[in-house]
Ligand binder design. Sequence first.
Ligand code: FE2
Length: 244
Amino acid sequence: MSLLGFLHKPAATLADLRPGAEVHCHILPGVDDGFQQPEDSYEALRRLQAMGVERVQLTPHMNLDDFAGNTEEMLQERFEAFRMALPADLTLRLSLGAEYMVNEQLDLQRPFLCFAGRRVLIEMSYYYESRNIKDAIFELVLQDYHPVLAHPERYLYYSRDLKPLEEYVRMGCSLQLNLLSLTPYYSPETVKMGYSLLDKGLYRYAGTDLHSLRQLDRLEAMKIDRKYLDKIQQLLDNNRELFD
Ligand SMILES: [Fe+2]
């Protein structure tokens, strides 16, 4: 390749990576603000499978404010029914977790839907820090769970000072990047914070947090700075290791 050709090497896409396993998505239909129709969920899984994804962790919202009807038992039932009806061409393996909103209503003694051992996916509001976030992480670790905080780059109240996130990592919480956060999809500030956290090596996992086919279109069209390919691949490899 000529020097000019090298300089103009096009940006990479997800197809240049080996995704392997998905750890965070809202593909279980009809239980939260994610997918509603099973046919759309099947299409999303089909397209993830075509990208090379072999394991998908479904993580519906558990949030008493917005989805009061969701319980661990109810989600388990819906998951089993969905899995039983899966079209035969979908060979990827599914498992069920949940995304728990950390707020004062969160009962930390509940039987959490875990994934890959005792990992629990948690999130916070995009507008303000949960007052009990440190206590929740502390309590989960104390109970021998391994908390995974979803999309920290979307918590812009930390954008000026990443120290609280560094502290959560030190306490035993892993951080999960939303891949779409590295595109203009959410906000320019989110892109900036996502790259800062990547540069600092604070992420452990990368997920799609997929809620719709429209988001999947954006994900498939996503351009990734080639400089960050190895770092993102490492996060995807960490996802994969969870399911070995
Ligand atoms: Fe989510």
